[in-house]
Ligand binder design. Structure first.
Ligand code: NOJ
Length: 802
């Protein structure tokens, strides 16, 4: 019954949105209401845990039920109060995606964007598991991560680094394998931010000069784009059993994320069969009943929010149930959704919250109405041997974009120059760069950037700066290491000042550029910060062998890339605590670089088609002024460059190695009958949606050989082109639908296989409200090394009918 209602509603309203053309009036994008909120069933293997949750629920009175869905002040970033009479110790929810943020003796891992650059599925899982262990051992039940929203639609998005890639397939893989890793060790993953949270500017409502509320930005997304781009990774993670989803601050098609019944009830819980709970972003709840009926299951931070105001949930829920305006069955489902993953992951036997968490969070249990169990050893060291994993991921995520004259790997240079304010250690503490200069751009001056700001940061217990690691390594060769760390000095117009500080000319100059980025702000420039281009110009004028290394939370243009004295470029993103060590491993060839770009680097910033929406709101009297129409549809990043035939500086998927690879012998095998139904077979929805969407219809294989002299890892990639004559307008020229990372000794070969599912080969049919295979024509596949270097191609030949 629910299914019919959302289908019908979706058809009318989303169809309008889909037909919106360039002249779109934002109001054409609307979000229909879809009620009721579907009940969970424990499907997807959660039945036993669901039965335990039902047993727990049966012992709660209405007031206790309301506590279960409303945050309170406590030791963690988010807290659900204990119910001692039932032996329930409460829930601790902690940030974030690269580290457990409010903690001591914990690791800071490579950021999401860094990890995606490895294109290594083993790392995606292992990083998730290592993060999960640290959260678990600190007593944090719920990890407020991973991040697939933002996806990275706009290059300057302030939180792109927390997520993975603007490509939904690559993000789907990193996101879902992160979830699987985290949950494999017993912690709950909370995937965020659902959905369309693509910019920080006006992510929340604000007040104009007249004291009127100006609504948060509305991300206006048509139905097809929603399914094929922004929802895709969430579908993957729901299929992986993700415990929780965080709804976002922004509006989507005019309705706030945490009360958007179409997206929470209709899409997430019904179409995708999500069995876990939806938790609000902190302060993203703007209503009580409307949110609850719209699909929100937990309000954070709850009782007393950051503003000191009362929650829309809490006591209001008890009243609403008692006066009949809220069905108790809906409240029951909220509790069941929260407790089923808890039992599934056996969290009734979980470590207590580390007492140091409460100290770091400035929480005094004596002032609380609840009995928190903060027993147990304090300041637990949860790092284990994760430093090695952090080093390995960061090294193998480092992307080599240019390497002329055999500059890299370094061969015991006698004289090394190091330049730039990103090279050396932090100057003002190991936590919260942002505190030092939060709102100012470009933010933090002296010190290397290894993680971004906001809720995604971490407290370093150690941070190996590049200069430190280079000096240590250079000692082995008894080399000279000279450096100028102040960008102000190094970018001065008085160039002799730079050369006067450096003598003799180094054999190699390493220039470090950084780009600060933080939650709460979008970036305002594409080039790296701190007069970076001038820095490169000045160094290259005294040094003919210059290697540029970037630490950044996203896309940077590189106007200096073709400078002939720039002989090598390495993109290291935010590598986490082992920054310098991982870089030195790559520079000296102990690790052969194998990172590939998870986005496109444009030759000109104007080549990007999507921008941050910004407007002055000082005298804004239209509360609904902030509208962001995603009129480019599916064509973001490389899909846009392909469509418009724009030559990028470095394309999506690109990355060099110290060895060379060859690819041969493409074959396409059809796994199924060559006559297929256009739509998936009718079957009971499971987490992830219709299970038939994941049926493998074809498998493509190719042989990869290491033709160079050294061991190295290759990343063969597969792209699918659906036939344009039997797919709707706006279908991308090609989309990524497969990749593997394979390590090969010099001279070795290996066959690689790319299974293609029904969903991989379908488009979202807005009329049928289902995934459809193109009715005529044959999809083609291309396999190669990047989105612009695809030496092998073939076709998938079948009959679609019935
Ligand atoms: C707001 C952020 O958007 C979210 O990602 C984070 O988990 C919460 N704050 C809690 O810190």
């Amino acid at each position: 019954m629910v299914r019919t209602s959302w289908k019908a509603a979706a058809f009318t309203s989303f169809l309008v949105a889909t037909q919106a053309q360039d002249s779109t009036v934002s109001s054409q994008y609307t979000s229909p209401t879809v009620y009721p909120s579907p009940n969970s069933t424990g499907s997807g293997g959660w039945d036993a845990a669901y039965a335990q949750a039902q047993q727990f629920l049966s012992q709660l009175n209405v007031t206790e039920k309301s506590w279960m869905v409303t945050g309170v002040r406590g030791p963690c970033v988010g807290n659900i109060a204990p119910i001692p009479r039932l032996g329930f110790g409460g829930l601790c929810l902690q940030d974030g995606p690269a580290a457990i943020r409010i903690a001591d003796y914990a690791s800071v891992f490579p950021a999401g964007i860094t990890t995606a650059s490895s294109w290594d599925k083993n790392f995606f899982f292992q990083r998730g598991a290592a993060l999960g262990e640290e959260f678990r051992d600190k007593g944090a039940h719920v990890i407020l991560a991973p991040v697939a929203g933002p996806l990275g639609r706009v290059a300057l998005g302030g939180r792109n680094w927390e997520g993975f890639s603007p490509d939904p397939y690559l993000t789907g893989s990193t996101f879902s394998l992160s979830v699987e890793g985290m949950q494999s060790v017993g912690a709950q993953a909370c995937g965020k931010h659902y959905i369309g949270n693509e910019q920080e500017t006006q992510r929340n409502p604000s007040m104009n000069d007249e004291g009127e509320t100006i609504l948060a930005i509305s991300s206006n997304i048509d139905d097809r784009t929603m399914h094929e781009l922004y929802l895709w990774p969430f579908a993957d993670a729901v299929k992986s059993g993700m415990a929780s989803v965080m709804c976002s601050y922004n509006r989507i098609n005019q309705t706030y994320g945490c009360e958007n019944s179409k997206l929470l009830n209709g899409v997430l819980k019904d179409e995708l069969g999500f069995q876990g709970y939806v938790v609000s972003d902190w302060g993203a709840t703007h209503s009580g009943l409307q949110s609850i009926n719209g699909g929100l299951d937990m309000d954070m931070p709850g009782t007393i929010g950051w503003t000191g105001s009362a929650s829309y949930f809490g006591g209001n829920i008890t009243t609403a149930v008692q006066n009949g305006s809220l069905a108790e069955s809906r409240l029951d489902d909220m509790v069941l959704r929260i407790m089923t993953p808890y039992y599934f992951l056996r969290q009734e036997n979980y470590p207590t919250v580390d007492p140091s968490t409460a100290d770091l969070n400035s929480f005094d249990p004596a002032e609380s109405n609840y009995t928190w169990n903060l027993e147990g050893e304090g300041s637990r060291d949860v790092r284990g041997n994760h430093a090695q994993l952090i080093h390995d991921i960061a090294a193998q995520s480092t992307i080599l974009l240019k390497n002329t004259n055999g500059t890299l790997p370094l061969r015991s240079p006698k004289n090394i120059g190091v330049f730039g304010n990103d090279a050396a250690d932090l100057a003002n503490g190991l936590y919260n760069y942002a505190d030092l200069n939060y709102a100012a751009s470009p933010g933090y001056d002296l010190g290397t950037i290894a993680v971004g700001g906001g809720s995604g940061q971490g407290r370093f217990t150690t941070l190996v700066a590049p200069l430190e690691a280079i000096k240590r390594r250079a000692m082995q060769d008894n080399s000279v290491v000279q450096y100028v760390l102040s960008n102000e000095v190094a970018t001065g117009s008085d160039n002799p000042a730079l050369s006067g500080k450096i003598y003799p000319e180094p054999d190699v100059c390493l220039v470090f550029l950084k780009t600060w980025v933080s939650e709460g702000y979008d970036r305002n420039a594409y080039e790296a910060d701190w007069n970076s281009t001038q820095l490169v110009t000045n160094v290259t004028s005294i040094c003919s062998n210059t290697v540029v290394i970037t630490h950044s939370g996203g896309i940077n243009t590189m106007p200096w890339a073709d400078n002939e004295n720039v002989t090598a470029i390495l993109v290291a993103h935010f590598p986490g605590e082992q920054s310098g060590n991982s870089l030195v491993s790559v520079l000296y060839g102990d690790v052969n670089p194998s990172g590939h770009l998870p986005y496109t680097i444009a030759a000109e910033e104007s080549d990007y088609n999507t921008k941050v929406i910004n407007m002055t709101i000082d005298n804004n009297t239209d509360p609904n002024a902030w509208q962001d129409d995603f009129t480019e549809g599916l064509l973001i990043d490389y899909r846009h460059f392909d469509q418009e035939d724009i030559e990028p500086l470095f394309e999506f998927g690109f990355g060099l190695s110290y060895t060379t690879f060859n690819m041969s012998s493409l074959s396409v095998g059809l796994s199924a009958n060559t006559t297929l139904g256009q739509y998936p077979a009718n079957s009971t929805i499971q987490p992830g949606g219709n299970p038939d969407l994941y049926t493998v219809l074809a498998t493509v294989s190719a042989t990869v050989s290491n033709t160079g002299d050294v061991y190295g890892a290759a990343v063969p990639q597969l792209y699918v082109s659906l036939p344009t004559d039997s797919t709707p307008e706006g279908t991308p020229v090609k989309v990524l639908r497969g990749f593997e990372k394979i390590s090969l000794a010099a001279g070795a070969s290996q066959q690689v296989q790319f299974p293609l599912t029904r969903r991989d080969l379908s488009y979202w049919d807005i009329s049928a409200q289902d995934w459809a295979l193109p009715a005529d024509g044959t999809p083609s596949v291309q396999v190669g090394w990047s989105s612009r270097d695809l030496p092998l191609n073939g076709t998938i030949t079948w009959m679609v009918g019935g």
